[in-house]
Design a protein around this ligand. Structure first.
Ligand SMILES: O=c1[nH]cnc2c(O)c(F)c(-c3ccc(F)cc3)cc12
Ligand SMILES: [Mg+2]
Length: 221
């Protein structure tokens, strides 16, 4: 049967990127998506904003919701300090299989734990299965309708601490209106919009960065 777009992307990476060199893998994917076939990686423009947030937070524990082909996984992992951990959740087994190979090609597998399954099922298992107490940074990039329920779930499970940062992709295109309304109106978050463009296009999109000031915020003094 005909190869999939992620498989063709992986073949391009293996031909054009150097093993163990994450930047060359990132560049090869950006080239493939800009000049051969568009794909829904966060991309180079929004990726630069992602990089700056990762550097600012310098997280010890990161959760990525939505791995796809591992592009943003690599952008985050390449900036992590020794010992810092990134857990990335992917619903689609075929995409997860490609992402594992992309992450391995970049030589970043020791910093990344890729788990297949639905975020709603896996988030409640973070403590028991992965020994994670809370996340310093969460990158939401899976499915817009799950941004809000997954955020509520992380709050209820105490997986966010004072200062935890949520960074959400695609808040304009395809758009996550309920999520935006929540983080922008809740006294529990300090939220800011980083205007950018839909990956590899001139269409507007952006990232929403929301800092969790602590569970006590928004409750009666
Ligand atoms: O489903 C998605 N999950 C995560 N990220 C996405 C994304 O960055 C997109 F651009 C898009 C997208 C797809 C088709 C379009 F026409 C526009 C945006 C979708 C997703
Ligand atoms: Mg996205």
């Amino acid at each position: 049967t005909r190869s999939s777009r992620p498989q063709r992307m992986l073949a391009h990476v293996k031909r054009h990127a150097a093993r163990g060199d994450p930047q060359s893998v990132i560049d090869a994917i950006d080239y493939f998506c800009r000049h051969k076939e568009w794909a829904m990686n966060v991309g180079d423009e929004k990726g630069t904003i992602l990089d700056s947030v990762v550097c600012e937070v310098s997280p010890g524990a990161v959760l990525e919701l939505g791995t796809y082909c591992g592009y943003s996984t690599m952008r985050i992992a390449r900036l992590l300090a020794p010992g810092a951990r990134l857990i990335t959740l992917e619903f689609n087994p075929a995409n997860a299989a490609v992402a594992r190979q992309v992450i391995a090609w970049a030589g970043l597998e020791h910093k990344v734990q890729l788990v297949e399954g639905s975020s709603g099922d896996l988030i409640p298992q973070m403590r028991e299965k992965f020994g994670i107490d809370s996340f310093d940074l969460v990158f939401l990039d899976h499915w817009k309708d799950w941004y809000l329920p997954d955020t509520r779930l992380m709050e209820e499970l105490g997986l966010l601490h004072k200062g935890s940062v949520l960074l959400a992709d695609n808040v304009i295109c395809p758009g996550a209106p309920e999520y935006l309304a929540y983080v922008r109106s809740s006294p529990r978050y300090d939220s800011r919009y980083f205007k950018s463009h839909l990956e590899y296009t001139y269409v507007e999109d952006g990232l929403e960065k929301s800092v969790f000031p602590g569970a006590s915020a928004g409750s009666r003094p």
